[in-house]
Ligand binder design. Structure first.
Ligand code: MCA
Length: 474
């Protein structure tokens, strides 16, 4: 597909250049090796019956093998369906029955209850490495077809899949390459999950589109990263605000000093943390704005003023305007065409702009500020949590009569998930037991961190819960 054509062009132009390494340096791969191995893995997938347009579930911890499988799926023209590795079997089941993957690449195959052939990335890579023949399949076709279905929870509480084409992903990556002056000499420390747009659409796609390289970090840990920063020569780091908060808590922000670019996204960056990063690293972090449906949309500038609290200006090729009630609306080659298996609904305006659901304002210099959300979305640790989905599960617990889940500000997590409940029981909710009861239905990051009992939930005249009042009490 158009996306991987571009990547392979870079790998062929510099076959000996490093494309990725593990943070422990255990594995280093050149352009030639990545091209050869991903071609073989794609051949292996084809032998298993995967065809262009088929979906392939990918739910794996970050590793070189995960990256190779991701690239192989795309080179074959199949559609990557990333899924959070923290999902319970129930949450995964929804993604599988909705997207109907031909095959699943998953760290723990026992997590799929479905009749989908499942393989670990390690097994796929080693059988591709040892296979004597290379399957003759068409790779990197010029076709601009569907490339990714990114599941994102909706206000209905049921995750829906944003369908992005190879062209959408390529436009999203090129915009970042342009805006951030990303060159083949850049080395990204990649410590993000490889199942969200931040780690995939910005981290991997950006690196390969720039012909650059990355260091694959299996799990975010400040001490490990400090070591990686010391022993390697990375130039860029992308993090969610919680990661910067962790660096700050451990007095390690200054270890990011040698980087040429420090980017924050997926959740609002507290201006106090912005200031600490600026002071400790000698450069202001670049705050930017993106969504699963759009890859990236706006960014603070590489050269020019980076304003705390602002997500910057539209990226090259992206148009941003404020619609009804200052709702942020966007248009561009990076913007998805709709949700998988679902009619468009009302997410597009009649003239074709995507309504992001965020509320914004522009300042006099054209910088965008996100000042609120049309929905009750909570962002915790950079993960999106939709209250409705959590409430639906908690409502089924014994004695729960009424429930509202809200996000309250927290210096480390951005927001914490808090449950306000009304119960018919004598004793308050046993938090340990409740966490256990919901643990087979909700991934851990969606779990309430505090439970607050109320005699009744505050409601407006229409009967709608006053979440604003609850947030103040949290
Ligand atoms: C975990 N803990 C929490 C939370 N999560 N406490 C409160 N709120 C939470 N959300 C607790 C655990 O119970 C545990 O407690 C302790 O914190 C450590 O948990 P652990 O799971 O080990 O945390 P971690 O692995 O260190 O995770 C922190 C993290 C992670 C690295 C910041 O959340 C992360 O990778 N976030 C990135 C998400 C992301 O990629 N978002 C992008 C999506 P105890 O120690 O007591 O057991 S959005 C996107 O893609 C758009 C397009 C965009 O614009 O980017």
């Amino acid at each position: 597909m158009v996306l991987t054509r571009e990547w392979v062009r870079h790998w062929r132009a510099a076959p000996d250049a490093e494309v990725m390494r593990t943070s422990t340096d255990a594995k280093i791969m050149t352009g030639l090796e990545v091209e050869e191995l991903t071609g073989r893995i794609a051949g292996g997938l084809h032998e298993q019956g995967v065809r262009p347009g088929d979906r392939v579930l990918l739910s794996c911890a970050p590793s070189v093998e995960t990256v190779l499988c991701y690239v192989a799926i795309l080179r074959l023209g199949a559609v990557v369906v990333p899924a959070n590795t923290g999902y319970t079997a129930r949450e995964l089941s929804h993604v599988i029955s909705d997207s109907k993957p031909a095959i699943a690449i998953i760290d723990s195959p026992e997590r799929t209850r479905h009749d989908v052939p499942s393989h670990t990335p390690g097994a796929l890579v080693s059988s591709a490495t040892s296979s004597a023949h290379i399957a003759r399949v068409e790779l990197d076709s010029e076709h601009d077809g569907p490339a990714m279905i990114a599941y994102t929870s909706g206000t209905t509480g049921v995750p829906k899949g944003a369908l992005l084409s190879a062209g959408n992903l390529l436009a999203g990556a090129r915009a970042l390459v342009d805006a951030w002056g990303w060159t083949p000499a850049d080395v990204l420390i990649h410590a993000l999950p490889m199942f969200h747009m931040h780690g995939l659409g910005a981290g991997l796609n950006g690196t390969f589109t720039a012909g650059a390289s990355l260091i694959v970090v299996p799990r975010f840990d400040v001490a490990d990263l400090v070591e990686v920063l010391r022993t390697n020569k990375p130039t860029m780091f992308f993090g969610v605000p919680t990661m910067y908060a962790r660096f700050a808590e451990q007095g390690q922000l200054s270890s990011l000093r040698e980087l040429r670019l420090v980017v924050s996204g997926s959740a609002p960056l507290d201006p106090v943390l912005f200031k600490a990063i600026t002071e400790e690293t000698g450069q202001s972090p670049v705050e930017r704005y993106g969504m699963s449906e759009t890859v990236m949309l706006t960014s603070n500038p590489l050269n020019g003023i980076r304003k705390a609290g602002s997500v910057g200006k539209p990226l090259p090729g992206v148009q941003v305007r404020l619609g009804d009630s200052d709702g942020v609306e966007v248009r561009g080659p990076n913007v998805f065409s709709g949700y998988w298996n679902r009619p468009e609904g009302d997410v597009f305006t009649p003239d074709g702009w995507f309504k992001t659901g965020d509320i914004g304002r522009f300042d006099e210099d054209g910088y965008l500020y996100l000042v609120g959300r049309a929905s009750d979305l909570i962002i915790t640790g950079g993960y999106n949590v939709y209250p409705r989905e959590v409430e639906d599960v908690i409502r089924d617990l014994p004695d729960i009569q009424d429930i509202a889940v809200v996000g309250v500000p927290d210096p480390t997590w951005g927001e914490l998930v808090i449950a306000f409940y009304v119960s018919s029981g004598q004793a308050p909710v046993d938090e340990v037991l409740a966490a256990e009861l919901i643990s087979d239905r909700l991934a851990p990051y969606k779990h309430p961190r505090r439970w607050i009992r109320m005699t009744e939930l505050p409601r407006n005249a229409m009967g709608k819960v006053r979440r604003d009042l609850l947030r103040e009490q949290g």
